[in-house]
Write a protein of this length. Structure first.
Length: 88
């Protein structure tokens, strides 16, 4: 199945948006997360910080580790893994 470049760019932009929005959605519900975990809002806020740091540090490492694999294969695997992680 050959996708047009316009559709590929749209799909990439949507995937990037969802990945970035995930962090901001959690920030809006921070009081509920803190209450559910039984911790302070400040401590629950550190979850967002830790997530962002791990994400930021792992991206360059993953690029180096997957540089020899076809981009499409890596993108599909990462998208499926991210979706499954979000469902779980």
């Amino acid at each position: 199945m050959k996708l047009s470049y316009r559709y590929q760019i749209l799909l990439l932009a949507l995937t990037t948006f969802v990945a970035g929005a995930n962090e901001y959605i959690l920030a809006g519900e921070l009081d509920l997360v803190a209450r559910g975990l039984g911790v302070s809002i400040g401590l629950a806020g550190q979850l967002i910080t830790i997530y962002a740091l791990v994400y930021g540090l792992c991206v360059p490492v993953m690029v180096a580790l997957t540089g020899h694999i076809r981009r499409r294969t890596v993108l599909v695997a990462a998208t499926v893994g991210y979706a499954l992680g979000g469902v779980a």
